[in-house]
Design a protein around this ligand. Structure first.
Ligand code: SF4
Length: 340
């Protein structure tokens, strides 16, 4: 099967509302995943897999990390290293080694974004045990809604096993667990869904619960966001009888504003057009971005970012998607490097 690989596995840093200035580390070729979520921001069909493996040589990723760590000025500004993937990062068997490598060379925290589906495996729990923050997703606690929103591969574990795995990890882990729930209108936001999620949250006892909704162009156009009002109602419902923190990540005005125009510090606006274009391609391959996202991340003036994006668009390097009244840039097919 053909697969697509990025030229680089480190991307950003990007500003994240919850983590601050975050250096992204992407472990997998897109889209190596055991789920096919309807809201996924990666605009391509998944290569469904549940098999853990060294999908990208660990040494290649460690070499990129070492190259970054050698640049003290760039590392100084960072708030966190975030291990993620254009897919499910715990499918990479080198993840534990990569976490230990970063922790051995810097005192910056390491965060992991995961769909939580592999935490029932002892080796995965051990791999993630050295991280500081683990952010597993749990979008549904009813099998029917789980199938609709996450569309797990046939080889994926049952929902009950997944919830038990997340709970077990949460109880064993000495760092923080932030449980993320992404709601899609009329798919996983019924009163029955909220009630089942509340029971799962009680079992998991995460440090925080973070509520999200569809913010960027989703893989399936029928995946619609909850309104801000509905997000507030869901938050109120989840907070009833629950003593932990519940935050809303998207679907509020504050969240949308926090997303715009923040990024790397320093005088990066002096970067060449070629380097800016390379970085833009790496960003939009991973998720659709607005002009403000790109200007903020690369610390470019909006006018300069607009000009560069216009040129890339006219050359056919980027495609446009209008979503929620905003213009998003995505990589055109020609920008993806085919690799057997
Ligand atoms: S959202 Fe994450 S878990 Fe879902 S299909 Fe995309 S990469 Fe996989």
């Amino acid at each position: 099967m053909d697969c697509i690989q990025y030229m680089k596995h480190l991307f950003g840093p990007v500003f994240s509302r919850r983590l601050g200035l975050s250096q992204g580390i992407d472990l997998l070729p897109p889209k190596t995943c055991n789920f096919n979520c309807i809201y996924c921001e990666i605009n391509q069909a998944p290569q469904l897999s549940c098999k853990r493996g060294e999908h990208v040589p660990t040494e290649v990723i460690l070499a990129e990390i070492d190259e970054l760590l050698a640049n003290e000025e760039r590392v100084l500004d960072l708030d966190v290293f975030t291990i993620t993937a254009s897919g499910e990062p715990t499918l990479h068997t080198g993840i534990g080694r990569i976490i230990r490598h970063i922790k051995g060379k810097t005192d910056k925290p390491v965060a992991i974004l995961t769909n939580g589906s592999q935490l029932y495996l002892k080796e995965v729990r051990e791999d993630l045990s050295q991280a500081d923050i683990v952010i597993p997703s749990l979008d549904a606690a009813r099998p029917e809604s789980f199938r609709k929103v996450n569309r797990p591969a046939k080889c994926s574990a049952d929902l009950e096993v997944i919830i038990e795995g997340i709970a077990r990890f949460s109880h064993e882990f000495s760092g923080e667990v932030w449980l993320e729930i992404l709601f899609v209108e009329n798919i996983n936001d019924t009163p029955e869904d909220i009630a089942a999620l509340k029971i799962a949250i009680e079992r998991i006892r995460p440090t925080r619960v973070q509520l999200n909704t569809v913010a960027r162009p989703p893989y399936e156009s029928f995946a619609k966001p909850l309104t801000r009002k509905r997000m507030e109602e869901v938050k109120e419902e989840i907070e009833k009888g629950y003593a932990g923190h519940v935050d809303i990540l998207a679907g509020s005005k504050e969240a949308d504003e926090a997303d715009n125009g923040k990024g790397r510090n320093g005088s990066i606006e002096k970067i060449s057009v070629e380097r800016a274009e390379d970085e833009i391609i790496e960003m939009v391959l991973r998720r659709p971005c607005t002009t403000a996202d790109i200007a903020g991340t690369l610390n470019l003036e909006i006018e300069r970012a607009t000009e560069i994006l216009k040129n890339m668009e006219s050359r056919g390097d980027l495609s446009i998607k209008i979503h929620g009244g905003k213009k998003y840039f995505r990589a055109s097919k020609g920008q993806k490097k085919e690799n057997g």
